[in-house]
Design a protein around this ligand. Structure first.
Ligand SMILES: NC(=O)c1ccc[n+]([C@@H]2O[C@H](COP(=O)([O-])OP(=O)(O)OC[C@H]3O[C@@H](n4cnc5c(N)ncnc54)[C@H](OP(=O)(O)O)[C@@H]3O)[C@@H](O)[C@H]2O)c1
Length: 277
């Protein structure tokens, strides 16, 4: 078996919202043939244990009771719980022989992790998925602190929950936190505004949701299909002179909605950088 398609012993520490969704998809794809190589740990051992049972994968009570041959430790706890995990990893002798520490914790830099877990031989990977992992439509941005033989494996893990973009500059993880990490919240806000507006001109809630969801989905699919069509050209194409789309777009332009969106992303980026520093 080459390094590329080896199945590494992997533990997900923290099987909350994100960790459990990752466990389900990893198990269905990468660990399909060797489910016992996927380990789960959570403070709520009963919860982790019943998830592991349903996935036929392995479960440990805590980091200390994991086997000594774990290759990849994936930390999926909230940043405020990170220190407990670092302490437990430091106490476990075999961790220094691991191949990678993967962190999905927003705002926790690889420098910070390296300070806590000072083993230069271990690659640190920061991953920024989003809540669409639950429907396998996440976009996950990855940053690796160093070249590593497990990079293709870690990339494949996240490819099982959607698309992956690997960046060479860690600051882009904070940028991704602003765009795609926080993005579902912003997208939800915009969708809600459209739905409210549709209701204000006559539709009931169900009808308004149907119209708005299908319009957004359809536009995305169309633009994905028409890859060569620049979005600005698409906008002018659909806005016929004197028509309804043009009337609406004039309001968006007059109110500088593009500037508002830019400020939204910049503000989220600034906060992500503050949290990472
Ligand atoms: N949710 C997302 O869509 C998303 C997207 C991108 C990144 N993230 C990042 O992913 C991480 C997890 O987010 P989440 O929404 O999945 O949080 P969550 O639902 O709170 O899950 C974290 C889990 O870890 C457990 N935990 C905490 N300390 C532990 C310890 N010492 N040992 C074992 N288990 C422990 C928690 O148990 P208790 O509840 O008992 O503390 C909880 O079950 C965060 O750092 C977040 O920044 C999340």
């Amino acid at each position: 078996m080459t390094e590329q398609n080896s199945i590494y012993q992997t533990v997900i520490i923290g099987t909350g919202n994100l960790g459990s969704a990752l466990a389900v998809s990893f198990r269905e794809s990468i660990f399909n043939l060797d489910p016992k190589k996927l380990w789960l740990i959570d403070r709520d051992h009963n919860e982790a244990s019943s998830l592991a049972e349903s996935l036929n994968c392995s479960c440990a009570k805590d980091i200390a009771s994991l086997p000594s041959n774990i290759d990849i430790y994936l930390i999926a706890v909230k940043p405020q719980n990170a220190q407990e995990i670092f302490n437990a990893l430091l106490k476990k002798e075999s961790v220094k022989r691991a191949k990678a520490i993967v962190s999905v914790m927003a705002g926790v830099s690889t420098r910070f992790i390296r300070d806590k877990l000072p083993w230069e031989n271990i690659c640190i990977c920061r991953a920024m998925p989003n809540l669409a992992v639950k429907v396998k439509k996440s976009i996950t941005v990855l940053f690796f602190s160093a070249k590593s033989s497990v990079q293709p494996f870690i990339t494949a893990l996240f490819a099982s929950v959607g698309k992956v973009l690997t960046v060479k500059d860690e600051e882009l993880i904070d940028a991704a936190t602003a765009v795609s990490g926080s993005g579902p919240g912003f997208a939800g806000f915009l969708l809600d505004s459209f739905i409210e507006a549709a209701k204000s001109i006559g539709f009931d809630d169900t009808e308004a949701k149907l119209l708005v969801f299908e319009t957004f989905k359809g536009t995305l699919l169309y633009l994905e299909k028409e890859k060569d069509l620049a979005i600005t050209n698409f906008v002018s194409k659909v806005a016929s002179k004197g028509g309804t789309t043009e009337a609406g777009l004039k309001v968006l332009e007059k109110n500088k909605v593009k500037d508002i969106i830019t400020n939204t992303i910049h503000s989220a980026f600034k906060r992500a950088k503050e949290l990472s520093s």
